[in-house]
Design a protein around this ligand. Sequence first.
Ligand SMILES: NC(=O)c1ccc[n+]([C@@H]2O[C@H](COP(=O)([O-])OP(=O)(O)OC[C@H]3O[C@@H](n4cnc5c(N)ncnc54)[C@H](OP(=O)(O)O)[C@@H]3O)[C@@H](O)[C@H]2O)c1
Length: 289
Amino acid sequence: MDSTGKKYFIAGSAGQLGGDFARILAARGLAVVAPAEDEFDITDSARVSAVLAAEKPAVLINCAAYNQVDEAESQADAAFLVNATAVASLAETCRDLGIFLVHFSSAYVFDGTKDNFYTEDDPPQPLNTYGASKLQGEQAVAQHLEQMSLVFRLSWVFGPGKQNFLTKVSRWVADNAVIRVSADETSAPTFTEDVVDLTMESLAKGLTGLYHLTNSGYCSRYEWAKYFINKMELDTLVIPVAAATFTTKAKRPAFSCMSNRKLSDALGRPIPSWEDAVERFVLAFETAG
Ligand SMILES: NC(=O)c1ccc[n+]([C@@H]2O[C@H](COP(=O)([O-])OP(=O)(O)OC[C@H]3O[C@@H](n4cnc5c(N)ncnc54)[C@H](OP(=O)(O)O)[C@@H]3O)[C@@H](O)[C@H]2O)c1
């Protein structure tokens, strides 16, 4: 346990980001509670209040989310329930119990029409239901917990787990000598381990409010896949195609690159590039087999 004895409570610990928070904080000797979803369903507000009142964590790190961007178009109620209504209720409970809330939002709150990096001052304009639900959630946190919260907008998150883009690429290359990947969707891949590091540094520095948290730089999905395949020493051919080649239910912003300058300046250090992050991911991926 750390010298302060601060307790960290992780919601959504079965997900890729929540799993890394639970693993890394425990490895650092911090006091962590990371219940399974059936023990801490964030939509069950009565149980959430009772569990948090009993556990009395100093910090609640909410990694739980309805994260299926395409399915959200036909399941808007479910997306808004988890990403907005439950988050508002979590924020109210944290306010009542004096718990600091860390919450994660998404670059998909933007419509992708800006011709430069998005900053925290740019007006959000979501294109899809998932983005709209995430925007409502971050607004609820700001409304209920102005000085007792941190909201980080993330983009293209990758880490342990089966659902992120790189693990999908690794499945595609296992079955195909040639793969096609969109070259006209651009963002900043963001590694879960860096999200954990930057979150913990932000808490230690006493930061509050809204920040864009991404690895530095930007790329297309095509460049991201190619870089990964190259680092995996595979010879799969990657062909750049238009995103419109693939039919998806949700519209996605063509350009969702956010500037991480505000966070980098506040922490007084550069944030690793996405290429550096992919290399660390590949090492971990190969070690895990
Ligand atoms: N993944 C990305 O590319 C991306 C990009 C930008 C922002 N973000 C944000 O980053 C955060 C972490 O995302 P992630 O990639 O780690 O997502 P993830 O792997 O999908 O993890 C989310 C977890 O929350 C769980 N969950 C869903 N509903 C819940 C509920 N009612 N109560 C408790 N847990 C619930 C999910 O369980 P089930 O799997 O059983 O539903 C899943 O284990 C989220 O806020 C997400 O919106 C992600």
